[in-house]
Write a protein that binds this ligand. Structure first.
Ligand code: ATP
Ligand code: MG
Length: 393
């Protein structure tokens, strides 16, 4: 748990250094919030239940929709852009396996109010920085769902969503047979398959221009800026993302050494505000799979040194007093609460890995002194109480 806290602390610190402020939303929401646009994949995976009044509720499977609901209800008139981050548990009815749990944690951000490539750049730089800082070895792939969606316009939005989902799953056979089922002509079919194969450096944009007439300016500007600031990435026009609400740039990070569940971060630009009754508000964000990051990263919890305050019988209040003095100075101090004798207190101090024992005996207490034993070296010194802190440093 200490390790998880350390990782969380680093993530928060970086997000805050970019000007993001923490938000919290309820653990469950009206089901409708998630069925409106999140897409079939998520709906199948949701924990849904009725409350006593028969309302349909769901445990949150993700936080973008809840944060945007909160934005519409409470913050839509605030000056833009708004920068929010969250760290929260999510619930999905999935088959549990390594890296895939029914309750898992996400660390995510939403940058609300800009449609510029600069907003996409900022959140990608932030995700990249967080993953690097916690020592995950990963690759970053950037795509743009607007391009494929544009190509799919002739088949209508619902069918396009289904196609996007099949692409996201990497189910090429399923895609092939679905396209046949809805009688997509050969030309469009070929274009879809060519587009989703495009992966590499910026030259794929030139190749994509051969396939589809689309304004690639946004993706070009974003790529150039990210190169300028030294973010390493691959363009992948086959990224579709499982959630339906993405509109433009999308990105995913894959960690080394995690096997099948290697996607540690997913994000992109979307528009949900108008769907929830607010003004049209282009936004962009990402969610990091916290549990997977903990699995893949190299952060170690800092050893917290503990001081055991050990006392003779009858000196318990002295022990409580000295311990509280130590805590005021920032030490972690523990006292005996088992009524043990001195010898047993000392052996417990060693067992729990305390670095020092501060020993209070009748003679020491009378003369305002304490004994300090270094439990690693077994050295013991007797000092005036005021000198205690300088020795324990
Ligand atoms: P996957 O394709 O692995 O199911 P996803 O596309 O469903 O991921 P998102 O909805 O984008 O994932 O969630 C963001 C991140 O949350 C993912 O990149 C992943 O690291 C993590 N995540 C998603 N589902 C789970 C889960 N069941 N258990 C643990 N982590 C998860
Ligand atoms: Mg999933």
């Amino acid at each position: 748990m200490e390790r998880r806290r350390e990782i969380e602390k680093r993530m928060r610190k970086i997000a805050e250094s970019f000007g993001y402020r923490e938000v919290a939303t309820p653990t469950f929401e009206y089901l409708e919030l998630f069925t409106r646009k999140s897409g079939e994949g998520i709906i199948e995976e949701m924990y849904v239940f009725k409350d006593k009044s028969g309302r349909d509720l769901a445990l949150r499977p993700e936080l973008t929709a809840p944060v945007m609901r909160m934005f519409v209800n409470e913050c839509s008139v605030m000056p833009k852009p708004l920068r929010f981050y969250y760290f929260a548990n999510c619930f999905r009815y999935e088959r549990p396996q390594k890296g895939r749990y029914r309750e898992f944690w996400q660390f995510g951000v939403e940058l609300i109010g800009s449609e510029s490539y600069l907003a996409d750049a900022e959140v990608i730089i932030l995700a990249d920085k967080i993953l690097k800082d916690v020592g995950v070895n990963f690759s970053l792939e950037i795509g743009h769902v607007g391009i494929m969606r544009h190509l799919l316009k002739p088949i209508g939005e619902d069918r396009a969503s289904k196609v996007m989902r099949l692409i996201d799953k990497g189910d090429r056979e399923g895609l092939e047979s679905y396209l046949a089922e809805i009688r997509v002509n050969e030309d469009l079919r070929d274009k879809i398959f060519s587009l989703l194969e495009l992966k590499g450096d910026e030259s794929v944009i030139e190749e994509a221009k051969e396939i589809i007439d689309y304004d690639f300016g946004h993706l070009e500007s974003l790529s150039a800026l990210l190169r300028d600031v030294g973010v390493d990435f691959t363009l992948n026009l086959g990224i579709a993302r499982g959630l339906d609400y993405y509109t433009g740039v999308v990105f995913e990070c894959y960690a080394e050494g995690l096997g099948a569940q290697k996607q540690v971060c997913g994000g992109g630009s979307y528009e949900l505000s108008s769907l929830f009754g607010g003004p049209v508000t282009p936004s962009t964000g990402f969610a990091i799979g916290f549990d997977r990051v903990c699995e893949a990263c190299s952060v170690e919890a800092g050893e917290k040194s503990v001081v055991a305050v050990v006392s003779f019988k009858g000196l318990e209040s002295q022990a409580f007093r000295v311990a509280s003095m130590l805590r005021e100075r920032g030490f972690t101090a523990v006292v005996d609460v088992m009524g043990r004798n001195l010898k047993k207190q000392m052996s417990f101090a060693s067992e729990m890995g305390a670095k020092y024992a501060v020993i209070l005996g009748p003679d020491e207490v009378k003369s305002g002194r304490v004994a300090i034993k270094n439990l690693e070296t077994q050295e013991q010194v007797v000092v005036a109480e005021e000198e205690l802190f300088s020795i324990l440093q």
